[in-house]
Ligand binder design. Structure first.
Ligand SMILES: [Fe+2]
Ligand SMILES: [Fe+2]
Length: 220
């Protein structure tokens, strides 16, 4: 899809007053927050979701609403990043007063299931098309050069709250390797990921570990 076409579709979705209002609310909420899952990330996921959702024929108004709210759990419970989807599934509700109970349930479930699946981490399995689209739109932000920067940024941030050994180069390099095994659910996301094959996270991780070998070998 051409960039202008994607922007046009998003502009059209944002004409729905309740979504326009939510967009402004969330943009404000993220303003000045020094976290890796910031407004820039939210907007990359929103735009990925427009591309994937359009190609897959998903309900874009629902998917974009969920995309705007999907990482709210990081803000409400910053000390438990791995559970941000569970917190987000509840903490999105106060923002959805203008949505029906049925829609709230759908959006909450999309948020619950948006975390990607990779070896060693069991995720809630996305089931509906809209759940798969948002999950993939979020995971695509872990592909390509931007993806590599985002993965390092996110894991380094986790390292500062003592999550795993991400406060070390070695831990970060292992994290990069893990991120290369993410599973995608839709054909359109796999097509996007195919274009973002460079760099190979496996090769990057191996190269870093090889360089670190000299420094890690020091025993005092
Ligand atoms: Fe997330
Ligand atoms: Fe996200």
């Amino acid at each position: 899809m051409e960039n202008q076409e994607v922007y046009y579709i998003l502009k059209k979705i944002l004409k729905e007053p309740r979504i326009a209002k939510l967009y402004d609310t969330m943009k404000d909420k993220y303003h000045g927050l020094k976290i890796s899952h910031n407004w820039e990330h939210i907007m990359r996921v929103v735009l990925n979701a427009v591309v994937i959702g359009t190609e897959e024929g998903a309900d874009l108004s629902i998917v974009i609403t969920a995309a705007l709210l999907h990482d709210i759990g990081f803000i409400t419970n910053p000390s438990e990043p791995k559970k941000h989807n569970e917190y987000g599934a509840m903490d999105c509700l106060p923002y959805l007063n203008e949505w029906t109970n049925e829609e709230k349930k759908i959006i909450s479930n999309i948020i619950l299931k948006h975390k990607g699946k990779y070896p060693g981490y069991a995720a809630y399995e996305p089931f509906s098309l809209e759940e798969k689209v948002l999950c993939d739109a979020d995971q695509v932000d872990k592909f390509g050069w931007i993806g590599l920067m985002q993965v390092i940024k996110v894991y380094a941030e986790y390292g500062t709250i003592s999550y795993r050994n991400y406060d070390t180069m070695h831990g970060l390099a292992e994290g990069i390797e893990e991120a290369s095994h993410i599973e995608l659910y839709t054909g359109s996301a796999r097509k996007l990921a195919e274009k973002l094959r460079e760099p190979s996270y496996h090769e990057v991780s191996q190269a870093i570990l090889k360089e670190l070998n000299f420094f890690d070998g020091w025993k005092d």
